[in-house]
Design a protein around this ligand. Structure first.
Ligand SMILES: [Cu+2]
Length: 342
């Protein structure tokens, strides 16, 4: 990846396109995914572009994982994706830093959203669904040369998405599994919740997430406790039985979830018909800029940081399927099989 970026910066100096006074249309992508949807590049591709005042950029949403194309005004507090900036602004809205622009949370791959840039400035692009997904748009005056053409950005987007998706596919997944196989504890049976990585490049931050429970099927004995551990930069849930309606990151855990002394959440499941919702399970890194609200407290011991561990004690023999309420459509599902002690 570094080698390719070096190559891009060489091109930066080699191509200085003559200015043109006609408004140009530029194209980029929001998100990319592996063929099974399990690996998600949570990124604007490319994540840095130079255009002229009067030009527009059209983003094509390219994953089943939802994203937004959002430009906030300077100093505006980051809203939740449900609130919007507020709400959604029309396709082809202009952005000049006077009012925010927001595509809304797009769940349909192939959907496009265009933003017009009438005035020069350097504008931060972000996704309201994902903290670790930002980009930078440089809008230059018409007489300034711009460094790249569309073909360059297409190649860069392809290379970046390939790097992100292959990053998560091999090494990290194996490392996490190895870590867990080497775990000698027998009190808690551990399941890694995804794996992920955050990458910082000049245009902003990108991340990649494996939307999977890394040990999707686990067999334990009655009375055992299973522990889910967040390894991903994206937040997930562990949800048994009935899913709460319209789950968001601020949906609280179900009433039968309590807090252990170390802050982890814990539930006891007595029957295959029990419903349990963990609430949002995510690395504390999500709060590094205060942009994600602390999870709703469920007891005095609940720490004001991201909850990264969830435990369930199974008291009875049975088969207990569960999902991540955000990513079950991408195949993020698992099953706990509880067998008799004898
Ligand atoms: Cu998930």
């Amino acid at each position: 990846m570094r080698a390719k970026l070096a190559c891009f910066s060489f091109l930066f100096s080699a191509i200085a396109l003559p200015h043109s006074f006609a408004a140009e249309s530029w194209y980029a992508r929001a998100g990319a995914q592996s063929s099974d949807g399990g690996v998600q590049a949570i990124a604007f591709l490319p994540n840095e572009m130079w255009i002229h005042a009067g030009d527009s950029i059209t983003w094509t949403f390219a994953s089943d994982e939802p994203h937004s194309v959002t430009f906030l005004t300077t100093g505006q507090i980051r809203p939740s994706f449900t609130a919007g900036c507020p709400g959604i602004t029309a396709d082809e809205s202009p952005f000049d830093n006077s009012t925010c622009v927001n595509s809304g949370r797009v769940t349909t791959p192939g959907f496009t959203y265009t933003v017009k840039f009438p005035t020069a400035g350097n504008y931060r692009l972000l996704c309201l669904v994902h903290v670790n997904m930002t980009a930078l748009i440089h809008v230059l005056n018409a007489f300034e040369p711009i460094p790249h053409n569309q073909e360059f950005y297409d190649k860069q987007a392809f290379a970046e998405s390939h790097d992100l998706l292959s990053d998560a596919d091999g090494r990290d997944r194996e490392e996490v599994l190895e870590h867990h196989h080497g775990d000698a504890r027998d009190v808690h049976r551990a399941i890694a919740v995804g794996t992920g990585e955050i990458i910082s490049i000049p245009g902003g931050v990108q991340s990649v997430s494996v939307m999977r429970f890394m040990q999707p099927t686990i067999t334990i004995q009655e009375g055992d406790t299973v522990e889910w551990e967040a390894f991903d930069v994206s937040g997930h849930t562990i949800t048994f039985g009935q899913e709460p309606p319209n789950v968001t990151p601020s949906t609280p855990p179900s009433a039968n979830v309590f807090a252990d002394p170390d802050g982890a959440r814990h539930a006891i499941i007595n029957s295959e018909s029990d419903s349990v919702h963990s609430g949002f399970i995510a690395q504390a890194g999500h709060e590094r800029s205060g942009v994600v609200q602390a999870p709703p407290p469920i007891a005095q011991v609940q720490p004001p940081v991201g909850v990264t561990r969830f435990r369930v004690t199974f008291t009875h023999v049975g088969t207990y399927p569960y999902i991540c309420a955000f990513h079950d459509q991408l195949g993020m599902r698992g099953e706990v099989i509880v067998v008799s002690r004898r």
